[in-house]
Design a protein around this ligand. Structure first.
Ligand code: CMP
Length: 507
């Protein structure tokens, strides 16, 4: 027979035109979806091998060689494999994605494997192979193989079960035995878990299906978050109710990254020892990858909140103070602290008009009030008649109109804020949030009252200074002339002075 005739005949026998058509269709369509590269490669390999086999078969047939019979069945098998590959590409890369269905990779592999076995049996039966004999011998072979590969098969079945029932998905944080980490891949044999310590643990799928797997932070119908416990101890000089209120307010008010707003953090007294109460802040962590850094932010917040409230973390009962706290030492310490506060007051223009004695008087009453990063230092609308002097650190000033919240200024120590409520008694006009750890002091109305009461001109100085600052901002914004600015500043100062006088009940 002529070569091309036998090629055509062989191609028809092994359904080559159909294989090529399906492969072309799946290739063209899948290109518009997502190309599944390994499957494409396999399909091309089978089809190319089939075409080579086909040409060889036709060539041997045209010369009347016996090798034809030897080559024909493998060539058919390759065609069947190409057909299954093209069908699988069409199904998994085109049809199912269009129907918004996604079959896990492992399921796709199993379907393809079964289809391959089916196609191979079909081809063998067509080639005249006695399938019942083959199946009988392969059953014994399979039983032997199954017995020796129990573990492997168990792992594969486990992997399949995990994928099919969706109980664990990539991206989940899980705890299996001592291993805690994020699932990055579910393979045939194992599930790969990346830990926070930069390790990848390959957990055999049989272990995954046989042991208790804790999926961290997952609760039906809720977003992912995990409750964390941060412990701290405070001694019995401070009442539990007060400790809980101080710390709970601070942690709830703070805008800490990765700490859920809802449910709100809470503080509980966990245990009682002879010398101190053991407390815990319980908060909900929203990004499970950053547990320790978030715990650390919460701890800072606890520490600063206790400092501001003059509460101290408990010391071990056996701690000894080796330096005797004499009256002299105490006085030196206090003087040092007053000097530090006075120095801060001199760097701030609001207090430039005060005498040295007046600044010292204020410095003696100033209260150390440090803040952790993210803590709300003051909240818009609050009634708070004191002012903060930032010695070191940064904060941002935010204003909300009820719907929109925007940043209006950045503060960097040394500076102050909260003067309006301190001097006029009006509610806070803005919210101020610590952008870093902030070394800060608080100056209360009572102290200012003393100074203004003794020298009422101080009120005038303060009113003038605040009015000048306010108008300076308006000059830049509205392009006021010097005369207009001076006139407006005088008006503002008058109005402000009236409010200060009324708030401080001056004459
Ligand atoms: P008070 O209204 O007492 O409380 C919030 C404080 O934020 C306010 O005083 C000012 O000290 C400060 N503040 C408000 N708006 C601004 C702003 N635009 N620029 C700088 N500081 C501001």
């Amino acid at each position: 027979m002529h070569f091309f005739d036998s090629l055509w005949e062989e191609a028809n026998r092994s359904f080559t035109p159909w294989v090529l058509l399906l492969a072309a269709v799946s290739f063209l369509l899948a290109k518009w979806v997502a190309i599944d590269k390994p499957r494409f490669k396999a399909m091309f390999f089978f089809i190319a091998a089939h075409l080579i086999g086909l040409v060889a078969t036709a060539a041997f047939e045209s010369v009347g060689s016996n090798l034809v019979d030897l080559l024909r069945t493998p060539t058919w098998i390759l065609a069947a494999a190409g057909l299954v590959g093209a069908g699988a590409t069409l199904l998994f890369s085109v049809v199912l994605p269009r129907m918004r269905l996604h079959a896990p990779l492992i399921v796709q592999d199993v379907v393809v494997a079964i289809a391959m076995v089916g196609a191979m049996l079909g081809v063998l039966s067509r080639a005249g192979v006695n399938l019942s004999g083959l199946i009988a011998t392969s059953a014994v072979f399979t039983a032997m193989l199954g017995f020796s590969l129990q573990d492997v098969i168990g792992n594969i079945a486990g992997g399949l079960a995990l994928q099919v029932d969706n109980s664990i998905e990539t991206g989940d944080w899980i705890k299996v035995g001592d291993v805690t980490g994020k699932v990055v891949e579910i393979r045939w044999r194992h599930t790969a878990v990346e830990t926070r310590n930069w390790e990848t643990v390959l957990i055999p799928n049989t272990v995954m299906t046989k042991s208790n797997v804790i999926i961290l932070g997952r609760r039906r119908g809720q977003s992912t978050m995990l409750r964390r416990w941060v412990y701290f101890n405070v001694d019995w000089r401070f009442q539990p109710g007060d400790v809980i209120a101080v710390v709970q307010n601070a942690v709830r008010g703070a805008q800490l990254e990765q700490v859920a707003r809802e449910p709100q953090p809470n503080v509980v007294l966990m245990d009682m020892t002879d010398t101190f109460g053991k407390y815990a802040v319980r908060y909900w962590l929203t990004d499970l990858a950053v547990d320790d850094p978030t715990d650390s932010s919460v701890r800072s917040c606890v520490y600063f909140a206790l400092q501001r409230a003059d509460m101290t973390l408990a010391m071990p009962a056996h701690a000894l103070f080796v330096t005797e706290e004499t009256t002299d030492r105490k006085a030196i310490k206090t003087e040092k602290q007053v000097a530090r506060r006075r120095q801060l007051l001199t760097t701030i223009d609001l207090f430039a008009g005060l005498s040295e004695a007046e600044r010292t008087e204020l410095a003696r009453t100033m209260k150390y009030a440090p803040f952790a990063k993210g803590e709300v230092m003051t909240r818009q609308g609050a009634d708070a008649h004191w002012l903060y002097l930032i010695e070191d650190g940064q904060a941002c000033v935010r204003v909300t109109d009820g719907t929109h919240d925007r940043e209006v200024a950045q503060l960097k120590g040394p500076c102050f804020f909260g003067e309006m409520s301190l001097l006029t008694g009006e509610p806070r006009s803005a919210t101020v949030i610590a952008d870093s750890e902030v070394e800060c002091f608080r100056l209360d109305k009572a102290a200012v009252q003393q100074v203004i009461g003794a020298r009422p001109q101080v009120a005038e100085q303060l009113a003038k200074l605040l009015a000048d600052r306010k108008v300076a901002l308006q000059v830049a914004k509205e392009g006021l002339t010097a005369d207009a600015a001076r006139e407006r500043a005088a008006r503002e100062a008058n109005a402000l002075l009236k409010r200060i006088r009324s708030f401080f009940a001056l004459n």
